[in-house]
Design a protein around this ligand. Structure first.
Ligand SMILES: Cc1cc2nc3c(=O)[nH]c(=O)nc-3n(C[C@H](O)[C@H](O)[C@H](O)COP(=O)(O)O)c2cc1C
Ligand code: SF4
Length: 509
């Protein structure tokens, strides 16, 4: 069998030069008259090692990274002799400690093969969940999802099974499955990685959701900043249609499910599920009042499941392996695995999938390896731009939904952004209000006006103008935003502001 070379095609790897590596590799193989297949795989999410070149020969898959085109002659020479002696050789890819110490369920296939190969997907348990779903029928599927304890991975951690039950129980001619792939949180990329590295898993999860609630049409609402994901998704949908997994007769079952991708225009608020639905309907994305819930009156007024990419993807594992298997991972009410995205000033950035329950410090130190700058860490923001800033004493908090809520923080979509000791937390607090002012949909006053006034008050505090009165005013304003905003955009913006003031007071003049 030919030697197979794997060069990732994911956005991060591309940004780091993987296309140049792939082209140079082809040329180098040709110039040496060496046989070898160059496969463009998805990334494993070890971004600190990208471009990661993997070489499969004699039943072993060796990794080299990060590799530049100029390194290739040396790597190919080493393959003829003792590969392990090459300075970029990382050994067998499965034994790289950063990867081996993860527990990958959702990202088990990421980086293994060409993401558009249906054969590769089927070889790795692909569509097993769908086969089981077709046997179980709607209520059976919903029961499995409920029993797994799966909670939404988009931010609010709402139990997926309860949402699906509501849609199943709401009679309608037409129901919809909407996948929220807007992924607007700072430091997050798990949705993108999943869509680019394992698109069939998301498609399978959405078909299962359709079967569960009796919806025949699905939409993936994709952020416009993900053009590579768009290409992969459209190609994967076409592949799944051609193979009979999508269309009017899924796998010969007589059940129908159609799927389309719709691209957003780049507004953070369009990640909020009701503005997303407005945007999908072709309107300006404005938050809707709830009730009615989207599960009852969602897209075009019809019962709609809105779930995050990772929630829908996880469903294929739940169905393929059974709810108990999934439920056996995790801690407390946080079941399964959490996909943490290590970003910001971090030495080993990338995607870490582990069962809920490890501490934030373990993630930052064991996986992250400290800061990229080499300076001490000072503040960590978890859960996107509306998440609290956590000081060092809080880094021993276990990463599970309840433990984070207990310290006034949130896991959100699992984005972890690291700041070293050069960060100006006054500027970060200011940014939180500025972000809210820029991204507010404008429907309600506490958020639309409050964020602008908040920015002014923070500026006065930093400038030491009547600091005690202005702090009291800011506190009052944050109370109003929290209690009177229509959605979490205005309601949670006080989190980063208050945590910065509480834990990093020395940065405020
Ligand atoms: C301002 C704001 C932005 C949001 N952005 C996203 C997003 O980018 N992706 C996402 O999945 N959920 C986002 N959400 C959460 C969604 O409203 C919704 O809870 C989620 O899509 C439901 O899916 P899940 O239950 O699978 O998490 C956002 C919420 C708010 C308030
Ligand atoms: S809180 Fe902000 S984003 Fe949410 S509905 Fe009100 S104005 Fe719109």
């Amino acid at each position: 069998m030919n030697t197979r070379f794997f060069v990732p095609r994911d956005t991060t790897a591309l940004a780091l030069g993987s296309d140049e590596v792939a082209v140079a590799l082809g040329a180098e193989l040709a110039s040496r008259s060496l046989a070898g297949d160059v496969v463009r795989n998805g990334s494993r999410g070890a971004f600190w090692l990208e471009p990661l070149l993997e070489v499969e020969q004699a039943g072993q898959r060796l990794a080299f990274g990060p590799v530049a085109a100029a390194d290739l002659p040396g790597v190919l020479d080493a393959l003829q002799g003792v590969p392990g002696e090459h300075p970029l050789c990382l050994g067998p890819v499965d034994e790289i400690p950063w990867l081996a110490s993860q527990q990958r369920l959702t990202f088990a296939r990421a980086g293994q093969d060409d993401p558009l190969s249906l054969d590769a997907y089927r070889r790795q348990e692909g569509f097993r969940g769908l086969e089981r779903a077709l046997e179980l029928g709607p209520q059976g599927i919903v029961d499995e999802v409920t029993a797994s304890g799966l909670r939404g991975r988009g931010g609010a951690a709402f139990p997926a099974g309860i949402k699906w039950q509501t849609v199943l129980d709401t009679p309608a001619e037409q129901k919809y499955i909407v996948c929220n792939a807007d992924e607007g949180d700072s430091g997050t990329f798990a949705d993108r990685l999943l869509m680019e590295a394992d698109p069939y898993q998301l498609i399978e999860g959405m078909i299962i959701a359709g079967l569960a609630v009796e919806a025949t049409q699905g939409f993936i609402y994709l952020r416009s900043e993900y053009p590579a994901a768009l290409g992969v998704l459209n190609a994967a949908i076409a592949g799944a249609e051609a193979a009979g997994y999508l269309g009017d007769d899924i796998g010969g079952s007589g059940r129908a499910f159609h799927l389309e991708v719709r691209v957003g225009a780049g507004a953070y608020i369009c990640g909020e599920e009701t503005s997303l639905l407005d945007s999908l309907e072709g309107k300006r994305g404005m938050v809707r009042t709830k009730p009615p819930l989207p599960a009852i009156r969602g897209l075009f007024g019809q019962p709609t499941v809105v779930n995050n990419v990772l929630t829908l993807a996880a469903v294929s594992t739940v169905l393929a392996r059974g709810s108990q298997y999934y439920h056996d991972f995790g801690s407390g009410r946080s079941r399964g695995t959490l996909t943490v995205q290590l970003a910001g000033n971090i030495r080993r950035g990338g995607l870490v999938e582990i069962p809920f329950g490890a501490t934030l410090r373990e993630l930052l130190e064991d996986f992250g390896g400290g800061t990229f700058s080499g300076r001490p860490m000072r503040a960590i923001q978890v859960g996107g731009p509306l998440g609290a800033y956590l000081p060092e004493p809080q880094w021993d908090t276990p990463v599970d939904y309840e433990a984070f809520a207990a310290i006034g923080a949130m896991l959100g979509h699992g984005g972890v952004v690291v700041f070293d000791d050069t960060v100006d937390m006054g500027a970060q607090a200011r940014f939180a209000m500025e972000f809210c002012a820029a991204e507010s949909c404008g429907k309600c006053t506490p958020c639309r006006i409050g964020s602008t006034r908040g920015l002014e008050v923070i500026d006065r505090i930093i400038a030491r103008e009547a600091p005690a009165q202005n702090r009291a005013l800011l506190n009052d304003l944050c109370d109003t935003m929290e209690s009177a905003s229509l959605c979490a955009m205005g309601g949670l913006t006080p989190n980063p502001v208050r945590s910065a003031l509480a834990h990093f007071a020395e940065d405020f003049g």
